[in-house]
Design a protein around this ligand. Sequence first.
Ligand code: ATP
Ligand SMILES: Nc1nc2c(ncn2[C@@H]2O[C@H](COP(=O)(O)O)[C@@H](O)[C@H]2O)c(=O)[nH]1
Length: 263
Amino acid sequence: MIYGEIFRTIPMVLGTKPKQCKGHSAMLLGKDRILIVRGDSSPMIVLGFLRLVDTKFVRQQREKFDTEVVAWSKGVRAHAEKPINISGPSGVGKGTLVSKLMKDFPSMFGFSVSHTTRAPRNKEKDGVHYHFTDRIVMEKEIKAGKFLEFASVHGNLYGTSIEAVEVVADAGKRCILDIDVQGARSVKASSLEAIFIFICPPSFEELEKRLRERGTETEEQIQKRLQNARAELEQGQASGLFDHILVNGDLETCYENLKVIFY
Ligand SMILES: Nc1ncnc2c1ncn2[C@@H]1O[C@H](COP(=O)(O)OP(=O)(O)OP(=O)(O)O)[C@@H](O)[C@H]1O
Ligand SMILES: Nc1nc2c(ncn2[C@@H]2O[C@H](COP(=O)(O)O)[C@@H](O)[C@H]2O)c(=O)[nH]1
């Protein structure tokens, strides 16, 4: 690409806007921004900015789709607070902590609503707790590059769409992701610069107790989650991936420690 020259390449865009469209033109501005204009418009109609980012994720997508790839930046944004990635074994209390944060600071934090192929639990609402989805549909969307990360967790597919994160950013809120360790690793390799927090139980027995008392899984599913928990606890504490490791013994104490990280 040559600076200042309008060219007619239509790059693949990571994110939801602007949609790829024949007739759009792009002009490189400076070293890291592309101005998108409607090609046939006179005077020139500016559709937005794309930032040229050279992260591992963008490179992977470029290779995968064998085409030029750019990330949509929604224009020039001032300092944005880093998203928060919370991981930890099933039943440790991630959801409980996230719900408290969202309830206490509704205008500050926004939850990244993941997609999953698992069935909804009793009180779970589609689009609020998860986007409950069909495996074939989700696999298709993954192939189309719509996901920031995805992983097979406890026998189901889970993933964070690029749109889920953007919806929170568009609302001017700080994004909270509740995802497993595999997903956290993918996020770290992506263009999303996040703070990584790992939540541990005070003991394995307590973790099992919480999982059982929650009463949302069958015995077989509980066994699977406990088995995966051992591996997650090992990886989470040894990987160097996480910036902070918190023990969720007493809920209020853990919540206070979590809040300290944000201020
Ligand atoms: N500090 C705590 N002390 C006692 N019980 C707790 C504590 N934190 C959470 N719990 C309870 O443990 C159960 C599991 O919590 P929660 O559903 O938040 O876990 P989770 O990590 O989000 O699990 P999953 O990964 O399966 O979604 C819930 O019934 C919750 O009320
Ligand atoms: N990699 C991802 N993991 C995710 C995502 N959303 C949730 N999760 C993790 O799955 C397990 C199980 O969740 P549950 O709701 O079925 O109990 C839990 O550890 C979550 O952190 C995601 O988008 N990507």
